[in-house]
Design a protein. Sequence first.
Length: 112
Amino acid sequence: SEIGTFGQLKNTFCPATPDRTNTGFEGTVLYIDTFGNIATDIPNQTSGKIKLGLFDEIEYSESYSSHPNNELFWLHGSDGCIEIALNCGHAGKKAGVLPGDPVEIYEILSIR
């Protein structure tokens, strides 16, 4: 097969990495999981406001339960990159985005 047999991976690739802009970083929507959470390639070490699809100011939340229902927010994902989510909803549908779409983080507060 293209990538090799089980246990003998032949080829690997790195996902896209975000580009530095004048105001922050521009990354990419990598995938949308079965819960509707949007995975990006922007590292967790970055903090600021997110622009995605029709939404110009998506703010940070520490957890799903600490954010109001039906309002997009971003949080640090378990895979080391920022996720955009919607408490009790599908963030991908609300934002109207697909894998490969751009996501921007601006007004950078910190880069750890």
